[in-house]
Design a protein around this ligand. Structure first.
Ligand code: PSU
Ligand code: MN
Length: 308
């Protein structure tokens, strides 16, 4: 597969400097314009300030981009018909020279193929509520099972069935770590009430575990669950009412498959008068900040290993 690296990402790759992968579905299907563009610029600037190359991943005219030049970033943020691309969609989009915004699933796979180790997102997909009837389980889970990178998220999205999502991650062999917590965060809120077996307290430890993970040849991602900052969280009680309303609406309108997640997120933004969008941006930025620290620690460790 031919990858198109931005000048910045290329330079960091050549010099063994840190790179942080970012997804584009969150921009194209998860947030409206212009908030998505403002968020993307802020995300990139944080990376640069921390001396990490930002690598937003997207497919444009059939080419897989790792790091977007300005005009391509605008295109992703403004497009109204860009496809939502999970891993299984990549070959079709490339063959047909179409545009695709990559989900956690497609982004994880491209991140790994690019030789990049860390990817920060908002919230991962997982097992949907009512999945026993619909069988709707995100491809994010199966891709997390097969790509040895570090993924930073604010937990699975609260629109999901969280206990089933955690079980499914276990079945697929994905190690889950709470960042400074044993409580599973639920995207908009810091604590879902579900326990996580393991906690990590700093980026150095994450790099250390990842190093062994790779040495052992284990194929899954390490999934870091980083709670939304306190000042930006929406209390569970408040958001759950809104989520239920959005799910009821999706059922009434018969919205299914890959349209479901974007529909729910959009409806929740409307119902909360934009508050959930602010929270979404804040938690994603918080994950990017942690992602840059992990990227630094991994590149320090990689250099030490090479010298030895
Ligand atoms: N997290 C967000 N906003 C989003 C998503 C996650 O804050 O838009 C996207 C991610 O790209 C994730 C996808 O991979 O939703 C999951 O979609 P589905 O449930 O259809 O697999
Ligand atoms: Mn789905």
């Amino acid at each position: 597969m031919k990858l198109v690296f931005s000048a910045e990402v290329k330079k960091h790759k050549e010099k063994g400097l840190p790179i942080l992968a970012l997804e584009s579905t969150i921009l194209a299907h998860g947030m409206p314009y212009p908030e998505n563009y403002t968020f993307a610029k802020k995300a990139e600037n944080i990376c640069r300030m921390k001396k990490v190359a930002p690598a937003i991943i997207a497919i444009l005219e059939g080419k897989v981009h790792v790091g977007l030049e300005e005009k391509n970033l605008k295109k992703v943020c403004q497009s109204t018909n860009i496809l939502k691309a999970s891993q299984r969609d990549i070959s079709f989009i490339v063959a047909k020279k179409k545009d695709g915004a990559t989900t956690v699933s497609a982004t994880s796979w491209i991140t790994y193929k690019s030789g990049v180790s860390v990817f920060a997102t908002g919230g991962i997909g997982g097992v949907h509520k009512n999945s026993t009837n619909t069988f709707d389980v995100s491809q994010d889970i199966t891709t997390l099972a097969t790509n040895p990178i570090v993924v930073v998220s604010a937990g699975a999205k609260a629109i999901l069935d969280l206990p089933k999502t955690i079980e499914s991650l276990e079945t697929h062999g994905v190690p889950v770590f709470g960042y400074k917590t044993f409580n599973l965060p639920s995207f908009y809120s810091r604590n879902s009430g579900i326990k996580i077996d393991r906690k990590v307290d700093n980026a150095k430890d994450i790099a250390k575990i990842y190093h062994e993970h790779k040495n052992l040849g284990i194929k899954s991602s390490l999934l870091i669950m980083n709670p939304v900052p306190k000042e930006n969280e929406i209390p569970k009680k408040t958001i759950n009412i809104v989520i239920q309303k959005a799910i009821d609406k999706s059922k009434a309108l018969n919205i299914k498959g890959k349209e479901l997640t974007p529909f729910l997120l959009k409806t929740i933004v409307k119902e909360t008068g934009g508050k959930s969008l602010k929270t979404n941006v804040a938690l994603a930025i918080n994950n990017i900040e942690l992602g840059t620290k992990i990227a630094h620690q991994i590149s320090i460790r990689d250099k030490l290993t090479t010298i030895k």
